[in-house]
Design a protein around this ligand. Structure first.
Ligand code: ZN
Length: 434
């Protein structure tokens, strides 16, 4: 195994857009579901990029109000026409089988098959993505165009699957920080051949994890099946959820649309303020919390009410390729994934660098020249902006305003405000609020 940008054992290096896209393409063919070997194979591959700790939770385990379901695995599936040709073929695309289909073997006329066939009449060239996790049934998905071309049959039908006791798999990658408090990034990994939802999110999360070096906070990356995975993780980690300082669900991270942030249930948590501030300089939209969407639904359920927002590009169900064969690696771009990664790096910079300070010389402006602070700005091309940052930090550092607050109010980049604060600390003009 050769990593796209280095090798195992060496210092992790950053992943560029092309490397993220290559990971999407590598994971795309695997038939994932909320349980099973496709999910495990996916986690094995992610584990080549960032070390994972994997937990298997047995079928039947009670997790909050749910139970871990039976494990589903599939080897092959088809519908063959009277000439023996596979007119619907799992090997061509795993979207052709309804996820969690029970095994089937028999001969059916087209009329008998119809209740088991799913199409998108309004997008006739696309194959839909369908699942039936909690009702035991079977089915095939195909394009309306293919269905329109089918004769009366009879058809030989096979779904070579198993649905039996096993386990549900969840995986975590932890970057230890100086503090035990955690920033959590969660990605669902239960969808089969769909690229934006959510292999792009996985690739961006992996890339972000590889940029972190001795951070202040501990960073925890969760790769889990949607809904039941998050519910299982919450059930297993109930005693340590007080350590979660900020969280994000990351999905749909590679489509060409602008970034969208969905606020946490709290609405004004640190993560909400950090992400909305970072997005200010970009085309973007901000959505208020709603109890629908991705796993922020679980993290923000009222009993937990964790400070979890959701970051996507085009949001949940907001593009015609969503949950169809149109959501393939051609739909996600290296540039869009790089842009998502860049925004996340800035969010990390804000979370890591924020703090609240007290100006020790608050009566009149302190004399900056005497302390060499003007000279320290002299060589910069943006001297004026750096000087403004210093004045804003001095003025608002009354123990009530954090650097992020100051950055928002002054409309100056967080990095400039942070640099000013460090210079003022070095000069002995401020101290950290205790
Ligand atoms: Zn989805």
């Amino acid at each position: 195994m050769t990593l796209p940008d280095g090798g195992p054992g060496g210092t992790p290096q950053s992943m560029e857009g092309k490397a993220m896209h290559a990971l999407v393409e590598r994971l795309y063919p695997i038939c994932r579901s909320i349980t099973g070997d496709g999910l495990r194979r996916t986690l094995d591959i992610i584990g080549e990029y960032v070390p994972l700790s994997v937990t298997e939770v047995p079928t039947g385990t009670t997790v909050l109000d749910w139970n871990v379901p039976k494990e589903w695995n599939i080897r092959d599936a088809y519908v063959k026409d009277p000439s023996g040709r596979r007119v619907i073929d799992f090997r061509a695309s795993n979207l052709h089988v309804v996820g969690y289909s029970v095994p089937v073997s028999g001969t059916y006329s087209l009329e008998e098959l119809r209740p088991h066939l799913h199409t998108l009449p309004d997008r006739p060239s696309l194959v839909p993505y369908r699942t039936s996790y909690y009702a035991e049934t079977w089915g095939f998905c195909l394009s309306q165009d293919t269905l329109d071309g089918l004769g009366d049959g009879p058809y030989e039908v096979l779904i070579d699957s198993t649905l039996e006791d096993g386990s549900l798999t969840i995986a975590e990658h932890v970057v230890p920080g100086r503090l035990a408090e955690e920033v959590v990034i969660s990605c669902h990994v239960c969808h089969p051949s769909l690229a934006n939802d959510n292999l792009a999110g996985v690739a961006v999360a992996v890339a972000l994890a590889r940029t972190l070096r001795e951070p202040r906070y501990t960073y925890r990356f969760l790769f889990m099946p949607g809904t039941i995975g998050a519910i299982t993780w919450l059930a297993l980690n109930r005693e340590r959820l007080h350590l979660v300082r900020a969280g994000l669900t990351l999905a749909c991270a590679g489509d060409p649309g602008p970034l969208t942030y969905k606020r946490s249930r709290r609405g004004d948590a640190e993560i909400d303020r950090a992400v909305t501030h970072v997005l200010r300089g970009r085309e973007h939209s901000v959505l208020e919390f709603s109890p629908y969407g991705y796993d922020e639904r679980q993290f923000c359920s009222p009993g937990f009410n964790l400070p979890f927002g959701g970051l996507t590009r085009t949001p949940y169900a907001g593009y015609p390729e969503y949950h169809t064969s149109g959501d393939n690696p051609g739909f996600v771009t290296p540039a869009a994934m790089e842009d998502t990664l860049d925004a996340l790096k800035q969010v990390v910079e804000v979370l890591e660098g924020d703090g609240t300070y007290v100006n020790l010389s608050p009566y009149g402006e302190p004399q900056l020249g005497r302390r060499g602070l003007y000279e320290s700005l002299g060589g910069r091309s943006d001297t004026k902006q750096a000087q403004m940052a210093m004045l804003w930090v001095l003025n608002l550092s009354d123990g009530e305003h954090s650097l992020l607050d100051i950055s928002r109010r002054s409309k100056l980049p967080f990095a400039d405000v942070k640099a000013a604060a460090e210079a003022l600390l070095d000069a002995g003009l401020m101290e950290e609020k205790r």
